[in-house]
Design a protein around this ligand. Structure first.
Ligand code: FAD
Ligand code: NA7
Length: 462
């Protein structure tokens, strides 16, 4: 059995990995030494909100891409930990679409309960990971940021859980250099009130474009034009939001689109996605992929084909999040513990190819949901993760897709049943479109508005 395991990142995936080992130890397993390196000063990954943009106090790239007023974009029932339900954490049922702070509290609540903090070295950035063929071990070089102490340690396994929604993909268009306003990526958005009274151009047609368009308008943007590259999202947008074809160029403040139309805009927000970026991993071990449901060279979506003692967690495009990370973490743990044996390389290669071929044929989001659920279930059936009703989550995701089509401002006002307890979620006391306060206290409280908030709230769109 391995004697030392490095885990890179203490976001939801890294925390799932540490928790999985703790659960095995509770049941009597002999668990190797665990060392988790986290470059931020706290845990929670993207959910650890920061006001900073660009670089942090140590000159590191700011990791979090989350912003104020971010509410869960899918039903919380689809990401519920089977061994730590929302009712376990909050002591009562809560609505299906919590704000960021409540989900941060939930993720870190389980981590605190299993006391995984003791394994984490905070403010410690991994600088290089390589494999020493002769010794058969990984060398991991880390830098402690507060005193710049750099050292290299040896590990038998490395588990990469450093996320992939942090380093922006930033395309350029003609006229950007001369544009007389702000051009920014969604990674750097912090507060939609910055856009109050402004005319926004949002590039992209996925989750970030949808959410930033909606909340900018909700907090008082004058208008939002969303420009798509491949296909429009096609929702029935509230007054003041519209979708147009791809941007061709910007001339002064005037944006020109592929259909020949123009709009004058004040701000451009690039909601153009992120890069899988692992500058700290040597070439032969580095995952190279776009944002897909089944990345290349990862057996079971986890193990690096050329060296399965290197595992990657959470590298998929994500419908499922926390439960998928748990499934991957339990599976990776059992490989480390010598409970799961991987087949010969050729078989692993064929298996990856079959999944990727299936992904290429998926016709729509409903098939994508089943694909990812199948992937997750394939892992779950081999491990001792507590049972939960995956079918309930498949159905919830599909209903959620329909709810979005029915009302893009109303889908968060729906309630779902827990796949773990069966309890139906209550409704939030305010419709999401009217709820300006995303604090956990108001979310869990009696619905009274915070006075200071209503005083500073922007004029509402019609
Ligand atoms: P991350 O959360 O990115 O955590 C990775 C950790 O690794 C970070 O703490 C980082 O500091 C650390 N790290 C990185 N590099 C290094 C290094 N070199 N050395 C040491 N540490 C390092 N999911 C949902 O379920 N619901 C939502 O509503 C939702 N909304 C989202 C909104 C936005 C804007 C974004 C960007 C994502 C959203 N997600 C949402 C998806 C999100 O990817 C997952 O919820 C989750 O945060 C992924 O967890 P992770 O641990 O894999 O990665
Ligand atoms: P996604 O889901 O990876 O989507 C990226 C979007 O950006 C997608 O619509 C792309 O269009 C678009 N894109 C990419 N490059 C360009 C260029 N050059 N021009 C125009 N449009 C472009 O990223 P998100 O940030 O929306 O979501 C990531 C996570 O954050 C997600 O898990 C959420 O939970 C929150 P395409 O369709 O490929 O033509």
């Amino acid at each position: 059995m391995a004697s030392r395991v490095a885990i890179i990142g203490a976001g939801p995936s890294g925390l799932a990995q540490l928790h999985a080992f703790c659960e095995a130890r509770k049941k009597g397993a002999d668990v190797p030494e665990l060392v988790c390196f986290e470059k931020q000063s706290d845990w929670g990954g993207l959910w650890n909100y920061t006001w900073r943009t660009g670089t942090d106090e140590y000159g590191e790239l700011v990791h979090s891409s989350m912003y104020r007023y971010l509410w869960s974009n899918g039903p919380k029932e689809c990401l519920e930990f089977a061994d730590y339900t929302f009712e376990d954490h909050f002591g009562r049922p809560i609505p299906s679409f919590p704000p960021r702070e409540a989900l941060f509290d939930y993720i870190t609540g389980r981590a605190a309960k299993s006391d995984v903090r003791r394994f984490i070295q905070f403010s410690t950035a991994v600088r290089w990971v390589s494999f020493e063929e002769e010794r058969g071990t990984f060398r991991v070089t880390v830098e402690r940021l507060n005193d710049r102490d750099t050292r290299t340690e040896e590990f038998d396994h490395v588990i990469v859980a450093s996320g992939h929604f942090s380093v922006p993909n930033t395309p350029a268009y003609d006229g950007f250099r001369q544009f007389p306003g702000r051009i920014m990526h969604s990674h750097d958005v912090r507060d939609a009130q910055e856009f109050t009274g402004k005319r926004l151009l949002v590039l992209g047609s996925s989750y970030s474009a949808e959410d930033i368009a909606l909340q900018s308008r909700k907090y008082g943007a004058e208008s939002v034009t969303i420009s798509y590259r491949t296909a429009p999202m096609g929702f029935e947008w509230p007054d003041g939001i519209e979708e147009v074809p791809l941007l061709r160029e910007v001339d002064g403040r005037t944006a020109h689109f592929a259909d020949g139309t123009t709009r004058d805009v004040d701000v451009i927000v690039l909601c153009t996605g992120y890069q899988h970026y692992f500058p700290y991993i040597e070439d032969s071990l580095r995952l190279r992929t776009t944002n897909v449901l089944y990345p290349p060279n990862l057996y079971k979506g986890v193990f690096w084909l050329d060296n399965p003692r290197l595992a990657y967690l959470g590298m998929q495009d994500q419908y499922y999040t926390f439960t998928l990370f748990d499934a991957e973490a339990w599976y990776a743990r059992d490989h480390v513990l010598g409970r799961i044996f991987l087949p010969p390389r050729e078989e692993m290669e064929e298996d990856i190819a079959a999944w990727r071929a299936r992904e290429a044929e998926l016709a729509d989001p409903l098939e994508q949901i089943d694909f990812q659920a199948d992937h997750m279930e394939e892992l779950l059936k081999e491990v001792d993760y507590p049972a939960f009703d995956v079918q309930v989550t498949r159905d919830a995701f599909k209903a959620w897709e329909h709810h979005k089509e029915e009302s893009i401002i109303g889908y968060r006002d729906r309630a779902f049943a827990s796949p773990c307890t069966g309890t139906m979620a209550p409704l939030h006391h305010e419709a999401w479109w009217d709820e300006m306060d995303d604090s956990m206290s108001t979310f869990l409280g009696d619905g009274r508005r915070r006075d200071e908030f209503s005083a500073s709230a922007a004029p509402r769109p019609a």
